[in-house]
Design a protein around this ligand. Sequence first.
Ligand code: RIB
Length: 330
Amino acid sequence: MSTIRDVAKEVGCSTATVSRALSNPEKVSKASLKRIHAAIEKLQYRPNMLSQQFRNKQANTIVILVPDIANLFFSTVISGIENVAQSKGFNVLLGDTRDSSEREKSFINLVETKQADGVIQLRPYSKNSMLPKKFVTAVNACGCEDTPYPAVRIDNADAARQVTEHLISLGHKKIGLISGLTDNPHTIDRLKGYKQALAQAGIEFDPALVAEGDFTLWSGLNASEHFIRMTDRPTAIFSMNDEMAIGAMKGLKAKGLKIPEDISIAGFDDLEFSKYSDPPLTTVAQPAEKLGEKSAELLFQLIDGETSSQNEYVLPVEFIIRQSTAPPRS
Ligand code: RIB
């Protein structure tokens, strides 16, 4: 069986260069990589990845902590992370935490015990978060304001303000809100934007117009019942994500309400299917894939020991007006 020395001898380079070509190909010139791969092929060299990891003290693995694997927004962020991880030759371990701190802890432990090199957290930071943690290289891909470790995020408050302003500009004064769980930082930031837009327009915030959901389709459907029961119903609803908006549309339509004629509805995320909902959903497009890519790039910089002068990246969103919002009936 051929060894790494045989490959190095064949190419005329050091064994360290061959090892680098296998573990950090981006650090080796294209010409050398080509010669090394040709030699590996010719000599049928099969590196022992396990012992290589041991020597490098790198597991070539990163962990993604995802609070809800069924949420399509998160799957798109994950696919952005995967793109970058693959190009770096890293494996991705998906930690489906279902919002449980205990589960998060056990996945984070993989980094502490050197079975993984870093973590990307998709749950926004809050007081009870398991991260940041000493000796754990981590990045938050769905950050909120004031995340105390490297983070990539959008400006949630500003985006929510834009949606609410759009509804106000159409003439709506009574605007219902389907929120996420009250203590979720994204709920807090988006609520802030909603209230800012109301205040700017001189509309008083009415807590009776808020129905709490949990970012799932079913909770949106339940929330619609809250509005249906109201005698003086809102003429528009801002839902803090598309899944809940689509659930709510189903509930509203089942009770005979026409969207947007009887009630307008706007969402947040721009999921792949939101343009195909009936009617197509007005929403904020989050750059989900880019959030994933940028956070993975940042994590790999940290794993490589590079320090970054910038610890927070705020990516732009796009507000998309479709047919689910219109002026209220006069
Ligand atoms: O936690 C779920 C929600 O937060 C997603 O739908 C997305 O809006 C994220 O920011």
